[in-house]
Design a protein around this ligand. Structure first.
Ligand SMILES: [Zn+2]
Length: 379
């Protein structure tokens, strides 16, 4: 399972931002070419200088469309509040706007060294420091942010399965890929010696509990860029296709791992096609792998919600009733279990749902549907 989590840094304007979303999520003709029909979300800024797309920098029609994409699940991460959000008032104003329009974003991704970042170490943030004027973590978590990315990356594609040396080392055995693998192994070694900064690397985990400085708790996730020359290379519109190679996808699929890809699809865009040919080929590879049934591509939020559901679901079963209990706000989409006998009544948090019955040889599975998000077109 894979999500592409793209920071919108340097996305020059609304046309580029929306064209990328349409190309990734529909099969229609777009300025980039025919869409690849995947399900890939996007991040959002509020306070940025002109020249980079942001909510407050957009006109009312563009904001309305951005809100439609939040409602549909295609904008699923805040990318800090932006470089210019320096006080609690900036955060409050953005959250008030989201609340007013019933826009629910559940993921937070730190940006560069934005003051509102939540990561204290790598991302130098102050957003969770109650002594600081940009403190907002109480408001932001109360609004509904549940998952946070605070700077940690790995070159290993495929988390929640045992660590495996990077794809590039396996595929090309170059000096650069040896250095990359060495970096990951050094992080694992530091974690083994007790350095919590790299605790996720030790277990090759995608998520872990995260304690903010104000005492609140969230869930941290790690992102991955398997580019052969390092996690900070090819993390943009130019290099995506070099990072997501057939070898990288094969490595993920064969190990049955799950990853959230680190990239910036609005950065270094091509004046003619926005995304250059090799990056479009990277997305076509993803679409092919999904059509073959080898991989499920989901938005960041759906991927994290699904893993959370698997970890937290409680299950009471009798031959006629299966009652699933999940934490508030976590959908049961895609949960599946072995079953013998007639299809029972199934409920999630007391509400009836319709499972799908899947026969696989002599085994039967029941699975809750994974509905496709519906991509809105501008009005
Ligand atoms: Zn950024």
């Amino acid at each position: 399972m894979l999500a592409v989590c793209s920071d919108l840094d340097e996305t020059p304007d609304a046309d580029t931002y929306f064209a990328i979303a349409k190309y990734l999520n529909t099969g229609e003709q777009t300025p980039i070419g025919k869409g690849v029909g995947l399900e890939i979300g996007n991040t959002l800024f509020f306070d940025m200088a002109p020249g980079e797309f942001s909510y407050w920098g957009a006109c009312e029609a563009e904001r309305r469309y951005a809100r439609a994409l939040i409602h549909s699940g295609h904008i699923d991460c805040l990318h800090s509040f932006g470089d210019l959000a320096a006080t609690r008032d900036h955060a409050q104003r953005a959250l008030d706007e989201l609340e007013r329009h019933n826009c629910r974003i559940r993921c937070w991704v730190d940006h560069a060294i934005a003051p509102s970042n939540l990561g204290p170490d790598i991302m130098a943030g102050f957003g969770d420091d109650p002594e600081h004027e940009v403190y907002h973590a109480d408001l932001t978590l109360a609004y509904g942010i549940r998952y946070v990315w605070v700077g940690r990356v790995t070159a290993c594609i495929g988390q929640n399965v045992p660590y495996s040396p990077t794809t590039s080392l396996r595929a090309e055995r170059s000096l650069q890929s040896l250095i990359n693998t060495g970096r990951d192994i050094a992080k694992i070694a530091r974690a083994t010696l007790g350095d919590d900064k790299y605790g996720m690397h030790r277990g090759n985990l995608l998520m872990r509990p995260f304690a903010l400085r104000d005492g609140q708790r969230a869930t941290e996730f790690i992102r991955c860029n398997p580019h052969p020359h390092g996690v900070s290379v090819g993390d943009d519109a130019l290099g995506f296709g070099q990072a997501i190679t057939e070898a990288a996808l094969g490595h993920l699929i064969q190990r049955r791992g799950v990853s959230v890809i680190y990239t910036h699809l609005g950065k270094h865009v091509d004046a003619e096609h926005i995304l250059p040919a090799q990056t479009r080929m990277g997305f076509e590879r993803l679409a092919d792998a999904q059509h073959r049934g080898d991989i499920l591509i989901a938005t960041t939020r759906r991927l994290l919600d699904y893993l959370t559901a698997r970890q937290t679901v409680q299950f009471e079963a009798s031959p006629s009733l299966v009652a699933l209990t999940l934490p508030s706000g976590i959908p049961g989409d895609g949960l599946a279990w072995r079953w013998q006998g007639e299809t029972p009544r199934v409920t999630v948090n007391g509400r009836d749902v319709s499972p799908v019955r899947v026969e696989e040889g002599w085994r039967t599975w029941l699975t809750l549907p994974w509905p496709r998000l519906s991509f809105p077109l501008p009005d």
